[in-house]
Design a protein around this ligand. Structure first.
Ligand code: COA
Length: 182
């Protein structure tokens, strides 16, 4: 169980900017909406490809705050320069997959490659263990080498693929499945 707006850790990123990793609260709505819509606009290699409305993002935010409180899943934001610039989460599987969780992560363009992704995932792992989760998995576009480099660095191994799962632009791209035992 983690309450909203709880600071989990702070660190200086590789470019010197101070970063706070904390749980989200409803005050983050505008920043989170801006973040997801900027990822959609830049055509980042994520599943979402349509912009979110304020209402849909408010529903999502209310749900992840409740998830954190209930201890089902863990959702963390990265704050820098007074704004949320990154969002990462692990969500518990259901039923006989309840020992597993799926990981998702996205950072604003200007805050990449300075160590925030690595720090977010380390923080998620800490909390995942406390929640009794044993296996983390994710799907990543085969063409997303930056994300794959991050996941390999964090100990994920490629354990499968779904050929042509993604329709990205005019091409079909494989989805790579990566897993890590905690
Ligand atoms: C993918 C993403 C989460 C990575 O986070 P990040 O904060 O940029 O990653 P880090 O700075 O912690 O770097 C982790 C590793 O990735 C690799 N990396 C960093 N920058 C890179 C770049 N521009 N290209 C390729 N690999 C890179 C390095 O191996 C690095 O390890 P190192 O710091 O020990 O050298 C982030 O770039 C992002 O949000 N991208 C857009 C959305 C997205 O693709 N989400 C993932 C969907 S599966």
């Amino acid at each position: 169980m983690i309450e909203p707006d709880k600071v989990l850790s702070t660190f200086k990123a590789k470019n010197g900017v101070q970063v706070i990793l904390r749980t989200p609260d409803m005050h983050d709505l505008d920043d989170l909406l801006k973040l997801i819509n900027s990822l959609v606009t830049e055509r980042a290699m994520i599943t979402a490809n349509t912009k979110q409305s304020l209402e849909a993002e408010a529903d999502y935010l209310a749900r992840i705050i409740t998830d954190n409180i209930k201890g089902n899943s863990i959702h963390i934001v990265a704050e820098a320069d007074g704004h949320v610039v990154g969002n990462a989460e692990i969500s518990r599987g259901k039923g006989q997959s309840a020992h597993t969780c799926i990981l998702g992560i996205g950072l604003a363009r200007n805050y990449r490659s300075i160590g925030i992704g690595s720090a977010l995932i380390k923080e998620l792992f800490k909390h995942a263990k406390k929640l009794g989760l044993r296996i983390v998995y994710l799907e990543v576009f085969a063409s997303n080498t930056h994300a794959q480099n991050l996941y390999k660095k964090m100990g994920f191994k490629m354990t499968g693929s779904f050929p042509k799962k993604i329709h990205y632009g005019s091409k079909h791209v494989d989805s790579i499945i990566m897993t890590k035992e905690l």
